[in-house]
Design a protein around this ligand. Structure first.
Ligand SMILES: CC(=O)SCCNC(=O)CCNC(=O)[C@H](O)C(C)(C)COP(=O)(O)OP(=O)(O)OC[C@H]1O[C@@H](n2cnc3c(N)ncnc32)[C@H](O)[C@@H]1OP(=O)(O)O
Ligand SMILES: O=CC(=O)O
Ligand SMILES: [Mg+2]
Length: 359
C-alpha cells in the first residue's frame, strides 16, 4: 500500500506532479470517432466547440487490421487540430492484455501527450491495472517533458471491476472518472442479452392477478437492468471525488429510449454519456444540462433559505438544509456549463422563474 504522504508525489523523476482535484470540465457527451475511418475523421474539426469531449477510439469497433492506422490517424488529427478552450481530446486505448496497448500508450503520450486530456482504459479489473498505467504514464510523461499529467478514465465492464469499483476509483490521483460499459459487462457477467446498453422487454415485474384471475390482463413494468451497477459506480465515484458516466447506447435509431437511458443516469448522479453517432450529441447535451425549470426552482429555494439553515414552505413543500444542498448541486452544474456554453447561459438567464421548461 502506498503511504498517504506519497500519494501526490510523481511516480517517475521528471514527471509532472499529480493533480489534487480532478478538473470539473463539462463532459456531457464523450463523442467517439474511429480515427482510421476517413469519413468520421473528416468530421472532427467541425465538431470542435460543439461537443465537450472528442474521443479517438482505438479499441473495440476498430477492426484489428486498422489498429495501427487508427493510432496514427489520431496522432495526425491531434497535431492538425486546435481543440480550443471548450473541447477536450480523449482516447480509448486497447485493453491491457492486447498486443496493441503498449504502442498505443507510448506513441500517443510521446507524440500528442500535450494535447491529450484523458486516457480511457477498457476492461479494468482492479486497482492493479490503474497502478500499472499510472507508473507507465509517469515514465512516458517524464520522457516527453510534459508539464501536466494525463488523467485516466476506467470503463466498468467486468464483473471483477464492479466488485472492485471503490478501489479502482481511489487507485491514483490520475483517476478522472468511470463509465459503465454495458455491452462487455453483460458478456462478462454471462447475462442473456444481445444489446449495447438500454433495457430489455423480458426484464420486468408483473402486476398481481386481479381477483385471483391469473389469465386476466395484467400490466407489466419493464425494469432497469443497469440500476444496481450505475448506483454503485456513482457512490464509488462520489466517495473519491471523480466523475461517473453512462456509456454507450447502441440502438442509434431509438433516440427516445436513448434519452430515457441517459436521463436515468443523470438523475442518479452521472455527468455525461458516450455519443456513438452524431444524432446522440444533442440528446446528451439536453439531458446532462439541468433543465431551465430545475435551475429556476433551485434559485428560488436558495433565495428563500436565507443563510441556508432552517425550514421554509415553498409551493406547499418543505425546503430545508438538505433540499438546498441538492439545489446547490444543480446551480453549480448550471454555472459551470454556462461558463463554456453561452447559448445555455442565455437560456438559463431568460428562464428565471419559468419553472418546468427544458433546456
Ligand atoms: C460497446 C462499445 O465499445 S461502444 C464504443 C465503440 N463504438 C463506436 O465507437 C461506434 C462509433 N460509431 C460508428 O461506428 C457509426 O456511427 C455506426 C457504425 C454506428 C453507424 O455508422 P453509419 O452507418 O455510417 O451511420 P450513418 O450513415 O447514419 O452516418 C451518417 C454520417 O455520420 C458519420 N458518422 C457516423 N458516426 C460518426 C461518429 N461517431 N463521429 C463522426 N461522424 C460519424 C458517417 O460517417 C456519415 O458520414 P457521411 O454523411 O459523410 O456519409
Ligand atoms: O465499451 C463499452 C461496452 O459497453 O462494452
Ligand atoms: Mg467494452
Amino acid at each position: 500500500m502506498r503511504s498517504a504522504k506519497d500519494f501526490f508525489a510523481p511516480l517517475a523523476v521528471g514527471a509532472p506532479a499529480p493533480l489534487r482535484d480532478v478538473p470539473a470540465r463539462p463532459s456531457r457527451m464523450i463523442h467517439f470517432f474511429d480515427p482510421s475511418n476517413p469519413k468520421m475523421a473528416a468530421k472532427v474539426p467541425d465538431l470542435v466547440g460543439s461537443v465537450d469531449v472528442l474521443l479517438g477510439n482505438l479499441e473495440d469497433a476498430v477492426k484489428a487490421d486498422n489498429k495501427e492506422a487508427a493510432r496514427q490517424g489520431l496522432v495526425d488529427i491531434a497535431k492538425a487540430t486546435d481543440f480550443g478552450e471548450h473541447t477536450q481530446l480523449w482516447t480509448r486505448v486497447n485493453a491491457l492484455d492486447s498486443p496493441w496497448v503498449l504502442d498505443d500508450l507510448t506513441t500517443l503520450v510521446t507524440e500528442i501527450g500535450d494535447k491529450l486530456d484523458v486516457i480511457m482504459v477498457p476492461k479494468v479489473q482492479g486497482a492493479e491495472d490503474i497502478h500499472y498505467i499510472d507508473r507507465l504514464l509517469a515514465q512516458l510523461e517524464a520522457r516527453a517533458g510534459l508539464a501536466r499529467p494525463i488523467l485516466v478514465h476506467a470503463i466498468l465492464e467486468t464483473a471483477r471491476g464492479v466488485a472492485n469499483v471503490e478501489e479502482i476509483c481511489g487507485a491514483s490521483p490520475r483517476m478522472q472518472g468511470i463509465s459503465l460499459g454495458p455491452a462487455d459487462l453483460a458478456a462478462d457477467r454471462r447475462m442473456k442479452t444481445t444489446r449495447v446498453g438500454g433495457g430489455h422487454p423480458g426484464y420486468l415485474v408483473r402486476q398481481d392477478p386481479v381477483d385471483g384471475d391469473i389469465d386476466g390482463a395484467r400490466t407489466t413494468y419493464q425494469q432497469d437492468l443497469w440500476h444496481y451497477t450505475i448506483a454503485r459506480m456513482v457512490d464509488a465515484c462520489a466517495m473519491h471525488g471523480i466523475f461517473p458516466y453512462y456509456g454507450p447506447f447502441g440502438d442509434i435509431k431509438d433516440v427516445v429510449a436513448c434519452e430515457d437511458q441517459f436521463r436515468n443516469a443523470f438523475l442518479l448522479g452521472c455527468v455525461g454519456a458516450w455519443s456513438l453517432h452524431p444524432v446522440q450529441i444533442a440528446i446528451a447535451k439536453k439531458v446532462f444540462s439541468p433543465s431551465v425549470g430545475d435551475v429556476a426552482h433551485a434559485r428560488r429555494v436558495k433565495a428563500a433559505m436565507g443563510d441556508g439553515t432552517g425550514a421554509v414552505m415553498l409551493d406547499g413543500k418543505m425546503e430545508d438544509d438538505a433540499s438546498l444542498k441538492q439545489c446547490l448541486v444543480i446551480l453549480e452544474l448550471a454555472e459551470r456549463l454556462s461558463s463554456s456554453d453561452p447559448e445555455l447561459a442565455q437560456v438559463y438567464a431568460a428562464g428565471e422563474g419559468d419553472a418546468g421548461s427544458e433546456a
